[in-house]
Design a protein around this ligand. Structure first.
Ligand code: GDP
Length: 303
């Protein structure tokens, strides 16, 4: 809460200063950039970052022959926003249980890349954090989702707990929890159905899953990751808003970042929801999942 207030204040201060600056200059010139640097520094952006940002903006201005200072306000604001958003809570680290089983619930609409992301995430957790991973095929709704997850599990050499297509997803999660405990797994990643069109149904389903998880793992699920297709732009942002009303989201995975030039959705999501982007998907292969990296992201935005 403290963080949200700080963010609002920072962006307000920044935008009002920027608007005042734009009102004083008809054309962008050297003096303008000097004032811009001052504003950035006054807004607590580190000096090195200020230089980088201003350099990038100078390049952009030259390249696109931008004259009107109002045109670059938005570009700068976006860059500023990323920095503020990442200052405080934007950790990409997964929250593991102090001891015993960690449960990760994956949510998101069909086609966002949930199943693929589970495969990639399981691989990452195994390789980098050296944990024993299991998956539970809780998306009993989408045709083929169970098989698709089972194929990933086979490739990874891990156990996939499944139920019947059309069956009760919570009972799959229940079985998954039991099996994971029996087999002393460290992490259970649970797929879920993404029926956002049936919001009440989805909410009840997720509530039930959460109840069942809490019975077996009292401080679980340690993560509820929302998978969003970055190429869907504003639509993806809206989905994130809707999901956050239905259940507590602890982090976002932005998939298909390889298919979008700007990825400005990162900014919008943080602006709207203040939920950290923890991972980005950069392709369909097993190691095409990365922790969200601020510097890389800014770099991507500026180029
Ligand atoms: P689900 O319905 O949410 O489980 O979505 P899937 O995991 O089946 O993914 C839908 C499609 O998006 C598949 O063709 C995936 O291979 C593809 N996909 C998933 N993540 C990425 C990504 O990061 N980049 C690209 N280019 N494709 C992806």
């Amino acid at each position: 809460e403290k963080y949200v207030a700080g963010l609002d204040k920072s962006s307000e201060t920044f935008s009002s200063r920027m608007n005042a600056l734009a009102a004083r200059y008809r054309e962008i010139d050297d003096n303008y950039f000097e004032e811009l640097e001052n504003i950035l520094i006054m807004s607590d952006v580190g000096v090195n970052m200020v230089m980088t940002i201003v350099d990038e903006i100078k390049k952009e201005v030259r390249l696109n022959n931008i004259k009107d200072p109002r045109e670059i306000n938005e570009i700068i604001a976006d860059k500023m926003f990323v920095i503020y958003a990442n200052d405080s809570i934007m950790t990409t680290k997964l929250n593991y249980a102090k001891e015993g089983l960690t449960v990760i619930l994956m949510v998101g609409v069909n086609g966002a890349g949930k199943t693929t992301t589970i495969g990639k995430l399981a691989h990452k957790i195994m390789e980098e954090d050296h944990k024993k991973v299991m998956v539970a095929a809780g998306d009993t709704f989408r045709a083929g989702a169970i098989d698709q997850l089972a194929v990933w599990a086979e490739r990874l050499g891990i156990e996939c707990v499944t139920g019947k297509e059309g069956g009760d997803p919570s009972s799959v999660i229940f079985d998954g929890l039991k099996r994971a405990k029996e087999a002393h797994a460290d992490v259970l990643i649970c797929d879920t159905a993404g029926r956002l069109q049936n919001k009440v149904g989805l909410m009840k389903e997720l509530e039930k899953m959460n109840r069942i998880i809490k019975r077996e793992v009292p401080d679980g699920p340690q993560e509820t990751l929302l998978v969003i297709d970055a190429t869907t732009g504003q639509n993806g942002v809206n989905q994130a808003v809707e999901f956050s009303k239905i259940t507590d989201i602890t982090g976002i995975v932005l998939t298909k970042m390889d298919g979008t030039a700007k990825g400005g959705i990162v900014l919008s999501i943080k602006d709207m929801l203040n939920i950290p982007v923890k991972f980005i998907g950069l392709g369909e292969k097993i190691d095409d999942l990365q922790e969200f990296d601020l510097e890389q992201y800014i770099y991507g935005l500026c180029h």
